[in-house]
Ligand binder design. Structure first.
Ligand code: ADP
Ligand code: MG
Length: 228
């Protein structure tokens, strides 16, 4: 049996706006095994992005415990968490989060440069991933010179080039037309399977949900396994 790669124990996430408390995640416990392909579903505003950001170490939960790759996050320093983020996790953000001052190609090779890989080899790899998302003709375009769907594909290539242990994808095909969406989701899933990447994909797309192993739904702060 595969071992547990990600586990949360009763995490809560509250946001505060003025004095009003908004409870977004309420005692969320989840276990994800190595290699699992997981769908995260739920209506807009239900907390999918919040949960992905917490699992990706971008945000902290208000309370509760998280274990990633066998490590209790409460026991790690910020530096240790930064190293995990650099080496093991990729996030495809809902709003893409591309670096505006860098071209499509540079955005894709950035994660490799940050973790100290050779620039020439990284550039070759980035060109390969640019081709995989069918954007070789946009290599030198800045994000502002790309359509929403093209930006999303750059963000996907930037996440996949890392060969992460954990991929967190936040509505990764939300800006794509059906044909591109099918192609990109096949690319994400085939690379996840090949590299044994554990992937959590927030999506509203039923076709994507059908292709994944397990689905979890967030509703009113609670996470429940969703039977297909
Ligand atoms: P989803 O991704 O499922 O659409 P989110 O996790 O983005 O949901 O947001 C969940 C809820 O939390 C939303 O109602 C949103 O308005 C609120 N929210 C998200 N981020 C913040 C924040 N930084 N401050 C206050 N409220 C927030
Ligand atoms: Mg969201």
């Amino acid at each position: 049996m595969n071992k547990i790669l990600v586990s949360t124990d009763r995490i809560k996430k509250n946001y505060y706006n003025k004095d009003k408390k908004l409870m977004v995640l309420d005692d969320v416990s989840i276990n994800i095994k190595t290699g699992d392909l997981v769908a995260l579903i739920g209506p807009s505003g239900s907390g999918k992005s919040s949960l992905l950001h917490i699992l990706g170490l971008i945000e902290k939960p208000t309370s509760g415990k998280i274990k990633l790759f066998g490590e209790d996050l409460n026991k790690l320093s910020n530096k240790e968490k930064d190293i995990i983020k650099q080496k093991k996790i990729s996030i495809i953000f809902q709003n893409n989060n591309l670096l505006e001052d860098f071209t499509a190609l540079e955005n894709i090779l950035m994660p490799l440069i940050i973790r100290g890989e050779n620039i020439k080899i990284s550039r070759t790899k980035a060109n390969k991933f640019l081709k995989l998302v069918k954007l070789e003709m946009r290599s030198n375009h800045f994000p502002s010179e790309l359509s929403g769907g093209e930006q999303q594909r750059v963000a996907i290539a930037r996440a996949l080039i890392k060969k992460p242990i954990l991929l967190l994808a936040d509505e990764p095909t939300g800006s794509l037309d059906e044909k591109n969406s099918d192609y990109i989701i096949e690319l994400i899933l085939s690379l996840s399977k090949k590299n044994k990447t554990t992937s959590v994909i927030a999506t509203h797309n039923l076709d994507i949900i059908k292709k994944l192993d397990i689905s979890f739904k967030i509703e009113k702060g609670k996470l429940i396994e969703f039977k297909k």
